[in-house]
Design a binder for this molecule. Structure first.
Ligand code: FES
Ligand code: MG
Length: 590
């Protein structure tokens, strides 16, 4: 029996087009100069890109350079031809002024590559925080068959017999240092112990959260997110991922068939159950918008707020990536959520199986690490969305609002979840560091630390700075946490119960710009309101006197970025880019 003829692939428009022999010759000849043959290039086999995010400048993803060899083996064994190419480096821990500035730059670059080169599908190598959203945003905009390969978390960190998680330990250790409990050497030893191997952050910070949400969206193979980077399973997952993308090309399984609105709702549900990073709302909203879907902070609150915390991982819990993986990782979380009827089971995934099927076939191997839905770590663990008389929206991650915070700030009888505080206002992280220990500020336990000038426009990209430590004098008295509020973000590894991502930000004239140290704020978490206790007249007068203040752009990209970027509440997207949907199909596939 003769095989049905395979459809012509996009890459053949470059490599095998007898109607345009001169162009085909040009395209083919140069790829032969490193050893590819004409037979390979004209055989009608899928050409698969490997979007390489690893490099010496991107340590969290650097091992993708080795993993790519296993991906290539998988692609070859499935009859494809791999072509690896670099993505602009995205490095959370070292990029100044902010790594967030690069998410949209890497996205733009990747869109151009996927659109402009002879690729039939792509393996997206993800890991460090911004790599996952940047890659998924580009997959959304192009709608080229795409599959995520996470690099995996580092092994668990240990220090003096205790688990220490990347990022999370720094927030803890800097308080010890500020109160002279440890010295600089102890500080360095303790914090670097959290990074014992290759891989991305081992806490449920932005990296592990976003890779988990990629899996929950259906964009990676089951179990991909949590396999620690050095485990043998990671190389095996790379091989299987390479094989699978070739099949996806023949199945024409594109991001638009996977990343549906319901898939995003699944991801929001999983985010709450994981105690996921406060960076997930803007990233997921950005991916959805590039897919042409409307996803808003209201969806986060509607779908996610009441979902309980199941994953016992730092910063909301105790364990790290290895423990999470051994308990069953994302499929085990999906298993618990699906049993409780909280997942849209029919959503398709890159595996060709529905998410419901994956959930059903999975098991929870350790209910101490992944709790059951009926016995969660915490109820109502999603994000809440706040508003007030000086801003439109801000988020708060309820999975990290712990007993200590509740006791200190939310315990007035009959008025649970309400408190008033005196604002101490800082203009950006430099100002905070310069003045936090200034006794003239008279900071006490009835204060709220406020930071502005840290949003997408103000500190281009938006800075992870809202989780501010109290002054050393207070920490020495045992008060190591104050409520914080600001137009920046905070690290996903932080357990600080802050009010974040305030939009509109001060730099574009948001009401946060009008606050002054000494103003009183009233915070009501039940009503989701934060108001400044000033009359309209005072606010109007301050507005009349306000002049925009912003540090100058240091590079051409910062200028372009500031001109085009939106607020964190709508994903911090380059707004004109959200208008270009499905760009490959719109240009006839070529
Ligand atoms: Fe790269 Fe955390 S700094 S993953
Ligand atoms: Mg971060």
């Amino acid at each position: 029996m003769s095989q049905p003829e395979k459809p012509r692939l996009r890459s053949q428009l470059w490599f095998d087009d007898p109607q345009h022999a001169d162009m085909t010759a040009l395209y083919v000849e140069r790829f032969m100069n490193y050893g590819l043959t004409r037979e390979e290039l004209q055989s009608g086999r899928p050409i698969i890109g490997i979007a390489q995010t690893g490099s010496d400048l991107a340590p969290c993803n650097r091992h993708h350079l080795q993993l790519a060899e296993r991906v290539k083996a998988g692609i070859r064994d499935a009859g494809g031809i791999p072509m690896e190419f670099p993505v602009h480096p995205l490095a959370e821990q070292s990029r100044r002024p902010t790594a967030a500035l690069d998410r949209n730059l890497a996205y733009l670059g990747l869109v151009e590559i996927l659109h402009g080169f002879p690729l039939d599908g792509v393996v997206l190598t993800t890991g460090c925080d911004k790599t996952t959203p940047a890659c998924l945003m580009a997959a959304a905009t192009t709608d080229l068959p795409a599959i995520v390969l996470s690099g995996g978390p580092m092994l668990d960190g240990h220090h003096k017999g205790e688990l220490v998680g990347s990022g999370t330990v720094i927030w803890h250790a800097r308080k010890l240092l500020a109160s002279d409990a440890i010295d600089y050497e102890d500080f360095m030893e303790m914090t670097t112990a959290s990074s014992p191997s290759i891989g991305h952050c081992n806490t449920m910070g932005t990296a592990l959260s976003m890779n988990s949400l990629a899996e929950a969206l259906g964009m990676s193979l089951p179990g991909c997110a949590s396999i620690p980077a050095p485990y043998r399973e990671r190389g095996q997952m790379a091989y299987t991922t390479g094989k699978r993308i070739c099949e996806m090309v023949w199945e024409d399984l594109r991001p638009s068939k996977i990343m549906t609105h319901e898939a995003f709702e699944n991801a929001i549900t999983v985010a709450s159950a994981l105690g996921a990073s406060s960076n997930c709302p803007p990233h997921l909203i950005a991916i959805a918008r590039h897919m042409g879907l409307e996803l808003s902070l209201d969806d986060w609150q509607r779908v996610g707020e009441k979902v309980p915390l199941l994953a016992n991982c730092m910063p909301a819990g105790q364990y790290l990536g290895e423990g999470f993986h051994r308990a069953g990782g994302v499929p085990a979380v999906l298993h618990e959520l699906t049993k409780a009827g909280k997942i849209h089971p029919q959503c398709m995934t890159v595996s060709g199986r529905t998410i419901g099927n994956i959930a059903e076939q999975s098991q929870n191997h350790n209910p101490d690490v992944i709790h059951t839905y009926d016995e969660p770590l915490k109820h109502n663990a999603g994000f809440i969305v706040l508003s007030g008389n000086f801003f439109d929206s801000a988020i708060m991650k309820m999975s990290v609002v712990g007993d200590a915070f509740r006791k200190a700030y939310l315990s007035s009888p009959g008025e649970e979840n309400t408190f008033e505080a005196r604002a101490i206002v800082f203009d950006g992280p430099e100002d905070y560091h310069a003045r936090i220990d200034d006794p003239a500020l008279e900071i006490d336990e009835h204060c709220i630390l406020v930071i502005r000038g840290a949003g997408t426009v103000g500190y281009p990209g938006s800075a992870e700075v809202v989780n501010m430590a109290p002054p050393a004098s207070l920490i020495k008295q045992g008060i190591d946490e104050l409520p914080c509020l600001g137009d920046g973000r905070q690290s996903g590894t932080s357990a600080s119960p802050s009010i974040l991502n305030m939009s509109p930000e001060a730099a574009v004239g948001g009401g946060l710009a009008l606050l002054q140290t000494g103003d009183r704020l009233s915070i009501d978490l039940n009503q989701r309101k934060v108001n400044v206790l000033l009359d309209e007249e005072t606010l109007a007068q301050r507005r009349a006197e306000w002049t925009p203040q912003m540090p100058p752009s240091q590079t051409p990209w910062q200028t372009l970025y500031r001109d085009l970027v939106g607020q964190l509440s709508t994903g911090g997207c380059l707004e004109p880019a959200t208008l270009h949907l499905n760009v490959i199909a719109r240009s006839g596939g070529a």
